[in-house]
Design a protein around this ligand. Structure first.
Ligand SMILES: [Zn+2]
Length: 478
């Protein structure tokens, strides 16, 4: 018969063994890895990364960390980077709720673990998904969202918060406060410059990051002086190679049309003047989200018909039917207009190395959305990064733009955006070195996010499931 003491000891060891296994179940070790420090571009070879739950607990030698994890992932010959951030997407379409939801795992399968939703008509649904993803109820990228954006009356976009005066502005900002949005976005379809500028000022007062388009009746400098956080779309930068004040005056007095202003921005562009302006914007902490891919898809529509794009296996017919309006809008373009679109795209793309060297923060974003023709969710960010490289940016600068710069911009760099101890464990294992060629970000071997590791076959399964869901939705709507 066991004495009480021995019984106690048996119980103690029982608890020790099983208690330990339990805690080990939540820890994962990725070892033999080439770990990329996105801050410096340094590659540390043969490293082991210990993850507990959703946090990077330690980075060091396999020998030191080997005993601390239950699940081990051999990353021999592979490269580990932080999860990618797509800093400009739209989850949109009142009739595309299921279609959008089915695409969340597709982002993960492409190594995109965080997205910034730049407002849409599905804003309230997106806020719900933001919570469900955070709570682990559905799998998808971490979402930062503007919810719905500020505009003038009767704008062409659905779901905007339309304002006509300061009282309505206050009302809408109160509403955005109540939604707990992550930033404020403003566009200029029908919103007048003075109320646009007032919106920036008031939103800043409430502590928001404020981003958006640039109205013709304001200058970029007007916005920067009031603390505008980021210019969405690098196309607006072309104004900085011209006299912005002059075109603003022309627009306000009615002596210049918007179309003529656009033509001037392109044809009278002075590179040196723009470079100086980029430095001024960098001083004022204005970031830019270039979104090259959308402009490129439209400019080169006559050369690429996109009929056989692989990605369409994930997009429902209803989702893709939204692509048509931009195609129709361009159908009557003259050969001169077509050429101008291409010239304009090339000039915008050419700006990126200058913008980078001037010290502006570049945050990579695709502008993928049902309304943005052939700008596919997830895949278009990878294409965008390839376009950055063609523009002359270095692979390291590009990798930063798609990882730590997003975290810096959102004020989350202490917790996200690089592979450092204590940070959220969002990471991507790549077969090839992205610092040699950024296109290696498409060579995904595995993704760790939301406390789970997904190997290549799990990622492929996500893609298969999305394709299956697309087919089901199409069929149910026949
Ligand atoms: Zn957009």
């Amino acid at each position: 018969m066991f004495s009480q003491k021995i019984k106690f000891l048996i119980l103690f060891f029982f608890l020790l063994i099983f208690g330990n296994v339990n805690s080990q179940n939540k820890s994962v070790l990725i070892f033999n890895a080439n770990v990329i420090d996105v801050k410096s571009g340094k590659i540390s070879k043969n490293q082991a990364i210990l993850i507990e739950n959703q946090t990077i607990k330690n980075i060091g030698s396999f020998k030191k960390l080997n005993n601390l994890a239950a699940e081990k992932i051999d990353a021999k010959g592979k490269y580990v980077i932080p999860g990618l951030w797509d800093m400009h997407i739209h989850i949109e379409g009142q009739d595309l709720v299921e279609d959008n939801k089915a695409l969340f795992p597709v982002f993960i399968a492409h190594g995109i673990t965080t997205v910034r939703d730049a407002a849409s008509d599905l804003g309230l649904q997106v806020l719900k998904w933001r919570e469900e993803i955070n709570d682990g109820k559905i799998l998808g990228p971490t979402i930062f969202t503007a919810g719905r954006k500020l505009e003038g009356l009767n704008s062409i976009w659905k779901g905007d918060l339309e304002i006509e005066n300061e009282a309505q502005l206050t009302q809408m900002l109160n509403y955005l406060d109540s939604l707990q949005v992550d930033f404020v976005k403003i566009t200029e379809n029908t919103l007048k410059g003075d109320l646009f500028l007032k919106s920036v000022i008031e939103a800043k007062k409430r502590g928001y990051l404020v981003t958006g388009h640039v109205p013709y009746d304001l200058t970029i400098n007007d916005l920067a002086s009031e603390g505008f956080s980021a210019i969405e779309h690098a196309s607006y930068l072309l104004r900085l190679g011209n006299d912005e004040n002059l075109s603003k005056k022309g627009i306000l007095s009615g002596t210049l049309t918007k179309a003529q202003a656009e033509k001037d921005f392109l044809l009278n562009f002075k590179q040196e003047q723009a470079i100086k302006a980029y430095s001024d914007l960098a001083q004022k902490n204005v970031a830019v989200c270039p979104t090259l891919i959308g402009g490129k898809q439209l400019a080169y529509l006559d050369e690429n018909n996109h009929k056989n794009d692989d990605f369409q296996r994930y997009l429902t017919k209803r989702f893709m039917s939204n692509y048509q309006w931009r195609i129709d809008r361009m159908a009557n373009d003259t050969p001169e207009q077509k050429q101008q679109r291409k010239d304009r795209y090339q000039l915008i793309a050419k700006q990126l190395p200058y913008v980078q060297n001037a010290g502006m923060l570049i945050i990579a974003g695709s502008d993928c959305a049902a309304l943005n023709t052939f700008v596919y969710p997830a895949a278009s960010l990878i294409e965008e990064l390839g376009l950055f490289q063609k523009s002359g940016m270095t692979p390291l600068d590009i990798l930063q733009s798609a990882t730590m710069n997003g975290a810096k911009f959102m004020g989350k760099f202490d917790k996200m955006g690089s592979l450092d101890v204590g940070k959220v464990a969002d990471l991507v294992i790549l077969d090839e070195n992205p610092l040699l060629d950024i296109n290696a970000v498409s060579k995904t071997a595995g993704v760790f996010t939301k406390g789970k590791y997904f190997d290549k076959s799990a990622l492929n399964q996500m893609l298969e499931d999305a394709a299956k869901k697309k087919a089901e939705l199409d069929k149910s709507r026949e």
